[in-house]
Design a protein around this ligand. Structure first.
Ligand code: AMP
Length: 600
């Protein structure tokens, strides 16, 4: 199969992509055949297929499931039963999903062979960016990568996040010195503060060699720039004296940094101090790393909230959202890196898993008419029928342009017709492979009474409101929300962390304008929300502005609960009371919508 081709050289990598996408339908059929050949005899599939490997039987009999349905099998394996109850190949370890966007962390089986396949996706991104940006081979990436300590199941299987698994792999350790400015020891350091400090320091020391900046998600890059804001004085002092700060106690970090921080360099310290000492940090990335050609971070979905901030810091360095994947499977890659960050489509890779697409529609005609975000609304409905029905999931060959789908995946690692929980929109094709825009996670909603406000609805509404602030020099750094039900009726509460563009000090907010922002959010929500507001079944929306660093504290809170910093996604809406407490402790001002009529 095409994925066995050598992809190290770029020309060849591009050829592999063309071959994969041209033969998308055939490869998908082969993938399903192979999965069934290997796994039809497992306890799980035998229940539905009775040992047969027929693809149509699979589509007719195997149910579409969620994680909860397969969890009993995962738990049995974690507790010591053999993994062939779910998949024929031995499990090498469990991958822990982040759990911050979709709820509880999940354990996803991984095999050695599948891990290789997943890393292929990363090598395929290289030939694409090479086509668009010259001179990448002459420099390195300033990476902001982190690992998280793993754990073990009762049966002794390792549990790690996918990114930790990748960064700890031999292949990454081997390639890192060639591609990253961060020494591998700084990436592998388990203390995130020391790791971030040393990665920024080495990135600054090698600033002339940096041709791209990379983190897995945009939120991590945003966090790192804020960290730089708090630590640039100390970083410059280290560069000036040639001595690393004493609080960096991790020996791996100290040794690795000492090989790069070899002498006092007052000229470099002066240059960086001059750049960072500027009141405004607009374009700071371009100024600190003048050779950087692009920023490589996922900035779609919930991460789109960081686009304007990263644009501001980037100073014209393009934002490239390279790929779309999850702990369960790799899905697709972005073939047009220079596309508008708000408009990125991912081309599905047919060799990664067997994909089906469950058409989803909006509940309620009024919502359908009202929404102006390409028809996305807050409620998704799907009717699951088997392969003979019209509404059931469709395969690669039968997806329709403009339709919304929930992606359903059958993997080599024991997931069969598994709902990932992401809603996507089909925007086009590359050869015979479909291209999708990420729309939202299906089940992250704010809800009061009959209203269900989705992630995409909220993102759009907040996008409208923050535009009102931008001419005044304010930027929304990040946001979250929750449903406040301590009074009746309940209300939606937004938390906003703001930044003033011109200076690190934030001037006083104009209460009137902030109230207008609340009203704009409400006006942008759907018909159901507005009618319930008018009927006083939902109280006025509240906006709580939090002080600088509050969302860092939220990330720290989730990381302390086991989330991985690499895969952390600021939750659009928060259900955990403890997390709400973290945000509440940073509140500096509160505003309410004063609007009362929406429909009349
Ligand atoms: P995890 O299982 O922790 O790796 O998280 C995977 C989830 O992150 C996916 O199911 C998506 O909801 C989200 N995600 C991953 N890549 C992207 C992307 N490129 N755009 C938007 N959301 C993404």
């Amino acid at each position: 199969m095409a994925d066995q081709m050598e992809t190290n050289d770029y020309e060849n990598g591009w050829k592999v992509l063309e071959e994969l996408t041209e033969n998308g339908h055939r490869i998908q059929e082969q993938v399903l055949e192979e999965i069934l050949m290997r796994n039809a005899g497992t306890e799980y599939l035998s229940r539905f297929l009775h040992g047969q490997t027929d693809k149509q039987l699979f589509k007719n009999n195997v149910p579409i499931v969620t994680y909860e349905d397969i969890k009993p099998y995962i738990d049995r394996i974690a507790n010591g039963e053999t993994s062939n109850i779910l998949l024929a190949d031995p499990i090498s370890e469990f991958i822990q999903s982040s759990g911050t966007s979709g709820g509880q962390p999940k354990l996803i089986p991984m095999t050695a062979e599948n891990f290789e396949k997943k890393t292929l996706e990363l090598t395929l991104v290289d030939p694409i960016v090479k086509r668009y940006f010259d001179g990448l081979e002459k420099g390195k990436t300033m990476s902001l990568f982190f690992v998280k300590k793993g754990s073990e199941t009762p049966s002794g299987l390792t549990v790690r996040t996918l990114s930790s698994c990748y960064f700890m792999s031999d292949s990454f350790k081997k390639s890192a010195p060639k591609i990253c400015t961060s020494p591998i020891e700084t990436i592998l350091c388990l203390d995130h503060k020391q790791s971030m400090y040393c990665q920024l320091l080495t990135g600054l020391l090698r600033r002339d060699h940096v041709v791209s900046i990379s983190s897995i998600f945009g939120s991590v890059l945003a966090r790192s720039i804020k960290f730089l804001e708090d630590h640039w004085n100390e970083l410059c002092s280290n560069i000036r004296t040639g001595c690393l700060s004493d609080w960096i106690t991790d020996l791996g970090c100290r040794n690795a940094v000492s090989l790069i921080l070899t002498r006092p360099n007052p000229e470099l310290a002066d240059t960086i101090e001059h750049i960072c000492g500027n009141e405004s940090w607009e374009g700071i990335i371009k100024k600190l790393w003048p050779e950087a050609k692009y920023i490589n971070s996922v900035i779609t979905g919930t991460m789109s909230q960081y686009i304007s901030l990263l644009d501001f810091y980037g100073g014209g360095v393009p934002l490239v959202s390279p790929s779309y994947g999850s702990s369960e499977s790799t899905f697709g890659i972005n073939l047009t890196p220079l596309s508008n960050p708000y408009n990125v489509s991912y081309t599905f890779l047919p060799n990664m898993a067997y994909f089906e697409f469950l058409p989803v529609d909006k509940d309620g005609g009024e919502k359908a008419q009202e929404s102006d975000f390409d028809g996305v609304s807050s409620q998704w409905s799907s009717e699951i029928t088997n392969a003979n029905g019209n509404v059931g999931p469709v395969d690669f060959a039968n997806v329709k342009l403009g339709q919304y789908y929930e992606v359903v995946v059958t993997t080599f690692t024991g997931l069969y017709r598994y709902r990932v929980g992401d809603v996507l929109k089909l925007t086009g094709f590359h050869n015979n492979s479909p291209q999708f825009q990420f729309v939202e996670r299906r089940n992250t909603v704010l809800s009061i009474d009959m209203d269900k406000t989705s992630e995409a609805d909220l993102l759009k509404a907040i996008g409208n409101a923050k535009r009102h602030l931008e001419p005044l020099g304010f930027m929304l750094m990040t946001f979250s929300s929750y449903v406040e039900t301590s009074s009746i009726p309940g209300r939606y509460v937004l938390f906003w962390e703001l930044k003033f563009k011109e200076s690190t000090r934030c001037p006083k907010l104009d209460a009137k304008i902030m109230e207008q922002c609340c009203s704009i959010v409400e006006e942008s929500l759907d018909f159901t929300y507005k009618s319930l507001r008018e009927a006083n079944k939902i109280a006025a929306l509240e906006l709580r502005v939090v002080k600088h660093g509050t969302f860092d504290a939220l990330m720290d809170f989730y990381v302390s609960k086991g989330a991985s910093i690499n895969q952390y996604k600021t939750p659009c809406c928060i259900k955990s009371e403890e997390a709400v407490k973290v945000l509440n402790s940073g509140v500096v001002e509160k505003f309410f919508s004063s609007k009362t009529f929406f429909l009349s």
